[in-house]
Write a protein that binds this ligand. Structure first.
Ligand code: ATP
Length: 343
C-alpha cells in the first residue's frame, strides 16, 4: 500500500486533541485527529508495531487497508490516507461522531421499526455496493456499524476480517463473532464455501437485535447451546417483546436468518422487501409458492406464540441480566476496555 501513504509524518498534518481517545480494539487504538490545514475532524486508528508479530495483526491490517482503500460509498466507512510511522501505522478514517450502533441500542433498549428501517436502507445499500465488488465484510455486528450524526446516518466499518474474494474462490477460515456467525461457518465440512450470504445472516441478527434489544441466538437465553441454535436456525419472537412488531419485519428476519445460504435472501432481494421499501406487506407478493407461503406464515404465527415456558425463561433472563448489570454498576466494576460487552 505504499502509493496510498502520505509523505511526511502524521504530526505534520494532524493533531490529536486532549481527551481524543475514541476507544481501542484488539490491534488498534482510535483517536480523534484534527487536520491542521482545514480544522476538519477525522478518526485515526493507530496500529502499534510489534517487534514479534504473530502475523495475524499485520496481515489483518494489510487486508483492512486494501479493502478500505478500494471502497467509496456513503454507507461504508472511508479511509483517507495512511502513515507508516516508527511507532505504528496510522489510518486516517472518516469520523463517526455518534459512535457505535451497539451503544445506541444499549441506550435506547431497542429501536422502532421506522428507525431500524432508516438504518437498514443504508446498511443494505452499503452492503450491496460491497457485494457487487465481491467484498464480503464477514464481521457485521452492531459494534461495526458506526453512526455519523444524530439522524441515524450509518456506515459499515471495520474490515479487519474482510477479504476480496473471487466469485468462485472460497475460504474456510473460521472468523466473525460467535453470536453473529452464519451456520455455514460453523459447519465447514458440510459447506466449505461461504460467501456473501454470511453478511446477510449477520445483518439479520442485527435486525433482530435492533427491534427487540436482545439477540436471537444466545447461550444465556435458552438451551441448546449457541452453536446448535445457530446451526438449526432455532430462534423465536417471544411475547411481549415482539407483539408490536409487524409481520413484514418478521418475514424479512426469517428470510435473512435462513439456514441454507442458497435459500437465504440476497442483498438485492432484501432491498426490494416490503418492510425495507415500507410498502404494504402483502404475503401474496412473496416469491414463495402458495403452499410454502402458507407454511411460512403459519410458522411465523407459531413462532410468535411459542411455549409460555420459554417466554418466561427469556423474560427472567433479561430481568436477571438487568439486575446483574445494575449491580455491576453499583460495584463500580471496570468496563471491558473497548466498551464492547457482548449483547
Ligand atoms: P477489533 O474487533 O479488531 O478488536 P474493534 O472493532 O474492537 O477492533 P477498533 O475498530 O479498533 O476496535 O475501534 C476501537 C474503538 O474506536 C471502537 O469503540 C470504535 O467504535 C471506535 N471507532 C473506530 N473507528 C471509528 C471512527 N471512524 N469514528 C469513531 N469511532 C471509531
Amino acid at each position: 500500500y505504499p502509493q496510498q501513504q502520505a509523505t511526511g509524518s502524521f504530526s505534520d498534518y494532524f493533531e490529536i486533541p486532549a481527551n481524543g481517545t475514541l476507544g481501542s480494539g484488539h490491534f488498534a487504538t482510535v483517536f480523534v485527529a484534527i487536520e491542521k490545514s482545514t480544522g476538519q475532524k477525522y478518526a485515526v486508528k493507530v496500529f502499534k508495531k510489534r517487534r514479534k508479530d504473530d502475523g495475524r495483526g499485520q496481515m489483518g491490517l494489510q487486508q483492512e487497508i486494501a479493502v478500505l482503500m478500494s471502497v467509496h460509498h456513503p454507507n461504508v466507512l472511508c479511509l483517507k490516507e495512511t502513515f507508516d510511522e516508527e511507532d505504528g501505522i496510522y489510518l486516517i478514517l472518516e469520523l463517526a461522531s455518534e459512535g457505535e450502533l451497539f451503544n445506541l441500542i444499549i441506550e435506547k433498549g431497542k429501536l422502532s421499526e421506522d428507525e431500524t428501517r432508516k438504518l437498514y436502507n443504508q446498511l443494505l445499500n452499503g452492503l450491496k455496493y460491497l457485494h457487487e465488488r465481491n467484498v464480503v465484510h464477514r464481521d457485521i455486528k452492531p459494534e461495526n456499524i458506526l453512526l455519523t450524526d444524530k439522524n441515524l446516518t450509518c456506515k459499515l466499518a471495520d474490515f479487519g476480517l474482510a477479504k476480496i474474494i473471487g466469485e468462485d474462490s472460497f475460504t474456510t477460515s473460521l472468523c466473525g463473532t460467535p453470536s453473529y456467525v452464519a451456520p455455514e461457518i460453523l459447519m465447514p465440512s458440510r459447506n466449505r464455501k461461504y460467501t456473501k450470504a454470511v453478511d446477510i445472516w449477520s445483518l439479520g441478527v442485527v435486525l433482530y437485535i435492533c427491534l427487540c434489544g436482545f439477540p436471537p441466538f444466545s447461550d444465556e437465553l435458552a438451551p441448546p447451546n449457541l452453536r446448535d441454535q445457530i446451526k438449526e436456525g432455532r430462534f423465536d419472537y417471544p411475547s411481549p417483546y415482539w407483539d408490536t412488531v409487524g409481520d413484514a419485519a418478521l418475514d424479512l428476519i426469517d428470510r435473512m436468518l435462513t439456514v441454507d445460504p442458497d435459500e437465504r435472501i440476497t442483498v438485492e432481494e432484501a432491498l426490494e422487501h416490503p418492510w425495507v421499501t415500507n410498502k404494504p406487506f402483502n404475503p401474496a407478493m412473496s416469491t414463495d409458492s402458495d403452499a410454502s407461503l402458507a407454511g411460512h406464515m403459519q410458522g411465523l404465527a407459531v413462532r410468535r406464540t411459542k411455549l409460555e415456558r420459554e417466554r418466561t425463561l427469556i423474560a427472567d433472563m433479561v430481568k436477571e441480566s438487568a439486575v446483574a448489570e445494575s449491580k455491576q454498576e453499583l460495584d463500580g466494576e471496570e468496563e471491558i476496555p473497548n466498551g464492547k460487552n457482548e449483547i
